[in-house]
Design a protein around this ligand. Structure first.
Ligand code: NAG
Ligand code: NAG
Ligand code: NAG
Ligand code: NAG
Ligand code: NAG
Ligand code: NAG
Length: 369
């Protein structure tokens, strides 16, 4: 309301307006250092250079009151590991593939688990799980979610340069694709960032025909289950995990595909995807008002978002992110026939858990025809 009033007065008295808060734009080009609603566009944020990889942080510790950090890592293929093997003892890390291909290893308890990731694939790296990755396609983008927030400080520390590209290129095309993503002396000095080097770990490069090492679990050839506790690493191939259908054709269907529920996170956060059909009539936006912070990253189609107090209706395409603080009323809906968001929610009363409570189990990645 305050914003509408200041806008109304804007034409009347500039001296008065200067003493009233200006209308705050939802879309920003630098992530706020305090909690507020915002939208950021793919590749437009300043990035931190680590080897050939560019790290951008659509959600940070400060912007989410340390609920979680959301990372975009854009990079070319490399003949080397992207990072040397390590664990985190206090951060739960989640890998999602937005573009290209990479290998992720997350061995634990003698299971030498590695997977070839293609877009839509997900991997959970709980506390005290050794992990490493290698980027293998010419344009790869990893989306990371880390709970709690703040791990971006590690990359600010490791970064050899900050880049801000005029063209918003995802990464620098001529960068050195053979440059190793880590130095053993450096990674061993990072314990203050909750990075514990595991240099004795040698990731197996012998992936079988289905893109796995050391596993009898299916990978793109059978259903994947989520772990039954908060300490077991697991992988979900795109569209092979659990699925729940809510909504209807008129108002739009939602298919929730959870990766992390309160079971895997001890109630700290949830993550997964929501596939949306386009509503047939714009007469019943579902509005949300949640006790924890929420971030949505569009991974397919086009999604519109409206947040109470902001006049803009934002249109988000692939890689764009909206952050909605706890207690803010918002709605989002598909503006393309097939749209999908990656969601992250703080706590366990989140968009996905509310949708799942009124959904039925569903066995297709697409909504009813
Ligand atoms: C991490 O896991 C190893 C076994 O893989 C165990 O020996 C160690 O105690 C664990 N550390 C913590 C802090 O839980
Ligand atoms: C990059 O920017 C961050 C945040 O502004 C700053 O702390 C850091 O020193 C910069 N890094 C380099 C290598 O310039
Ligand atoms: C690429 O990286 C290698 C290994 O660090 C280095 O020897 C070489 O000079 C680099 N090339 C360029 C063009 O930066
Ligand atoms: C790969 O998947 C196929 C099809 O499900 C299966 O028959 C085969 O045994 C798998 N190979 C390995 C090495 O697991
Ligand atoms: C959940 O958060 C609590 C409190 O910060 C922390 O002690 C616990 O390790 C976290 N669990 C997971 C699985 O992230
Ligand atoms: C949601 O609300 C916005 C703004 O009032 C409106 O433009 C849009 O059509 C609505 N969409 C749906 C699906 O109800």
């Amino acid at each position: 309301m305050r914003f509408q009033i200041s806008a109304a007065f804007a034409g009347l008295a500039t001296t008065f307006v200067s003493s009233v808060a200006a209308v705050e734009r939802l879309e920003v080009t630098v992530v706020p250092s305090h909690v507020r609603p915002y939208v950021v566009r793919a590749y437009t944020l300043p990035g931190v250079v680590v080897g050939t990889q560019i790290y951008r942080f659509p959600v940070t510790g400060p912007s989410s009151d340390n609920a979680f950090t959301l990372i975009s890592t854009a990079a070319p293929a490399s003949s080397e590991l992207g990072v040397l093997p390590h664990t985190h003892l206090e951060h739960y890390e989640n890998f999602y593939c937005l573009r290209g291909r990479y290998n992720l290893w997350a061995p634990k308890d003698g299971n030498n688990e590695g997977r070839v990731f293609s877009p839509g694939d997900y991997g959970a790296v709980p506390h005290n799980t050794t992990h490493t990755f290698q980027i293998t396609d010419p344009f790869t983008e990893m989306v990371g979610v880390i709970s709690p927030g703040g791990l971006e400080d590690l990359f600010y520390f490791l970064g050899t340069a900050n880049i801000s590209s005029k063209t918003h290129s995802p990464f620098v095309p001529d960068s050195n694709a053979t440059m190793p993503g880590g130095d053993s002396a450096v990674i061993s000095s990072l314990e203050r960032f909750d990075v514990h080097a595991k240099l004795e770990y040698n990731p197996p490069m012998s992936f079988n025909e289905n893109g796995t090492t050391g596993s009898s679990e299916p990978w793109h050839n059978g259903a994947n289950k989520l772990a039954e506790d908060a300490s077991t690493p697991f992988f979900v191939a795109k569209d092979y995990g659990p699925k729940y259908l809510a909504g209807d054709a008129k108002n739009g269907y939602s298919i929730v595909q959870p990766f992390i529920t309160s079971i895997q996170s001890d109630g700290n956060f949830t993550e997964g995807t929501i596939t949306l059909s386009q509503p047939q009539q714009g007469d019943s936006n579902v509005t949300w008002n949640l006790p924890g912070h929420t971030a949505l990253e569009v991974v397919d189609g086009l999604v519109k978002v409206e947040i109470d107090g902001y006049p803009e209706v934002a249109s988000l395409s692939i890689g764009d992110v909206v952050f909605v603080p706890a207690g803010k009323t918002f709605s989002f809906w598909a503006a393309a026939a097939f749209s999908k968001v990656l969601y992250v929610g703080q706590g366990d009363d989140t968009v996905d858990s509310r949708l799942m409570a009124r959904a039925k189990t569903w066995d297709s990645p697409v909504f009813p025809a």
